[in-house]
Design a protein around this ligand. Structure first.
Ligand SMILES: C[S@@+](CC[C@H](N)C(=O)[O-])C[C@H]1O[C@@H](n2cnc3c(N)ncnc32)[C@H](O)[C@@H]1O
Length: 258
């Protein structure tokens, strides 16, 4: 639909959204935008002080502070953000984490190379396996990924399936702006099993892999034994990587079997 004019495109999307109970585009929220992110222990302060352009949903400050807690003081943390746009988010990440952190941002738009974020910007497609593997090689591995790229479910899935296996043990993979799983503009149909949100819900089955005797369809394709947890937040999902042992029951010394 990118060849038709925005006016026609919006009209078509609006008609489809009358028929299907889905949202046509994020425009209505954008018109109601506010300039106060929710107060939080750290992210909100950096967001309000940031001079470069950055756009987030209001809850992200508290969600990030919770998710970043175990990482914020770690030395040599390797962070990859997918989607740079105006550079504000890269600049905030640089201030948020330890000064020794290795921060990379990738974007398909070459104009991002002109941004003065103080981080490492590289140009390429987040669904290109060779490009991503080269970047991870240049970074010396990855501990934290934030996918804020095209927001198309098919891209989010492809990038996740390439990068999650390359994430370090204990690493965290965040996908944000998952309202796009519900937006027609991003080919998001909420009741389709192929949206990233719905595939992630089904991927929770991998956490109980040892107890299911049936094959689950539409999960993200990763090694179940490397998935430690999946956390769902408003518009954000975070996958943590960690080896799980084969489930075994443990009892205290004085436990009496019933
Ligand atoms: C939502 S913006 C990123 C915003 C930024 N993270 C922030 O918080 O300020 C999405 C960016 O992803 C880039 N993008 C879109 N498709 C991409 C792809 N396939 N690979 C890499 N970047 C892509 C766009 O050029 C755009 O700059």
């Amino acid at each position: 639909m990118s060849q038709v004019s925005p006016r026609i495109r919006n009209r078509i999307l609006r008609i489809i959204s009358w028929i299907l109970p889905v949202h046509p585009s994020p425009d209505s929220w954008f018109k109601k935008r506010i300039n106060q992110i929710n107060p939080s222990s750290k992210y909100s302060t950096l967001f309000h002080e940031e001079k470069m352009g950055c756009l987030k949903w209001s809850d992200y400050s508290t969600i990030y502070d919770e998710l970043f807690q175990n990482f914020q003081n770690r030395e040599n943390l390797r962070i990859l953000e997918i989607g740079v746009l105006e550079g504000g988010s890269q600049s905030i990440l640089k201030k948020y984490f330890h000064a020794s952190s290795i921060i990379f941002g990738i974007d398909i738009n070459p104009n991002c190379l002109n941004l003065d974020t103080g981080t490492n910007i590289r140009i390429g497609d987040a669904t290109d396996k060779n490009f991503l593997t080269e970047i991870v090689g240049e970074m010396g591995g990855i501990d934290l990924v934030i996918d804020d790229g095209s927001h198309l479910s098919s891209h989010q899935k492809k990038t996740f399936e390439i990068l999650f296996p390359q994430l370090s043990e204990g690493g965290l993979y965040i996908v944000e702006d998952l309202e796009h799983s519900y937006l027609l503009e991003s080919k998001g149909i909420p009741f389709s099993p192929n949206t990233f949100w719905n595939q992630s819900k089904r991927t929770t089955e991998l956490l109980n892999n040892e107890f299911r005797r049936y094959k689950k369809r539409f999960t993200l394709k990763i090694n179940a034994s490397e998935l430690f947890s999946i956390k769902f937040y408003p518009q954000i999902i975070a996958f943590s990587k960690g080896k799980r042992s084969t489930p075994s029951i443990v009892v205290t010394e004085n436990y009496r079997p019933h």
